[in-house]
Design a protein around this ligand. Sequence first.
Ligand code: GLY
Ligand code: MN
Ligand code: MN
Length: 422
Amino acid sequence: MESMLAKGANAVAVLPAAPVFVRNNDVDHEYRQDSDLFYLTGFDEPGSVLLLLADEKKCVMFVRPRDPEREIWDGLRAGVDGVKSHYGADEAFKITELGDELPKLLANKKSLFFRLGRDRAFDDRVLDAIENARRRARLGFSWPTEIVDPGTVVHEMRLFKHTDDLEAMKRAAEITKEAHLRAMSATKPGMYEYEVEALLLETFRRGGSERPAYGSIVGSGANATVLHYRSNNKKMEATDLLLIDAGCEYGYYASDVTRTFPVGKKFSREQQAIYELVLEAHTASIAGTKVGATIEQVHKESVEVITAGLVRLGLLSGEVDKLIEDNAYKAFFMHRTSHWLGMDVHDVGSYYVDGKARELASGMVLTVEPGIYISKDNDKVGPEWRGIGVRIEDDILVSDEGPINLTVAIPSSVEDVLRACA
Ligand code: GLY
Ligand code: MN
Ligand code: MN
């Protein structure tokens, strides 16, 4: 953050906490701090705002004040003194003082680093503070004349994972491994998808994970072909494949893993052929996850393998290059192969720089997750292929020594998967 707010920049950054969302009446949705604010402070309370003042090299925080009555209900608060002693604030105020203090803190600043559009109510408070400073122009005050998205700096920082970030990601991967292994060994015909989901969630929490990194997908049979399937309520049959896309969050860092395996502990010929093809694409894309390559190239590896394989299996016909050019593979593989992974499952950081696909660099983490999904209604293929869905997803750290698969310990070869299911 110091680099963004270089001395002389006459800049101020304003980063609010995530809003609290009411679920109903006096019950809120589970609270999770805004990732940027947590990244910069480690502070997880709602109702807080961080300000960074460049020239003064100062960190100012607005927080909920201590309140013995409220703390009986909602737990301890750090309070104004606590954020100074424990979270590195140089100065702190009660959040109720924001309206009075913000115009003073913005006055005479040139650049305001603030992300507009995320929380309209908070946007208004910031815009009011600017207006307030403007009104005092005749008294010699100036106001920020440029608003810059702090993501241009903070998200670039978050894109590159350092030792502590990777420690958390490795622990998330370890707990997620336990969960997938448990699901593989426990799944049996006649169980419901939600019973497997329950095992995953229990394993996450028991391992110290605060929460899943996203809603777990537990899709059997044709449900595996629904990319964001979330109902998880079907009874599983011996002939089904089960696709599990589930990862936990640990210390505010995500894992994101998909495995697919046969409920009846035996692949059909067609299921195995699709599985092996996805695995071939997965292996090729991981090998391509090198410093200097791009996410586009990683995707292209999977597209080429999958298109050639679909031709080999008779599910597509024609010239591979022409089929790729015509996007014919998209009837089976309709999503991208990778996204950044970090504090958010679809993490921040730009994918393009100056209009060009960005080169991978050491410290970035991305998923590799090719899949093939054959709709149960696809009458262009034989009935034995219909309703098969396979995705295999791992979390890859780009390094100077080559790709490091953070989730490699979760079985993915046919042999290893069948062994884990046995
Ligand atoms: N689990 C969400 C994704 O794979 O992108
Ligand atoms: Mn996933
Ligand atoms: Mn993913």
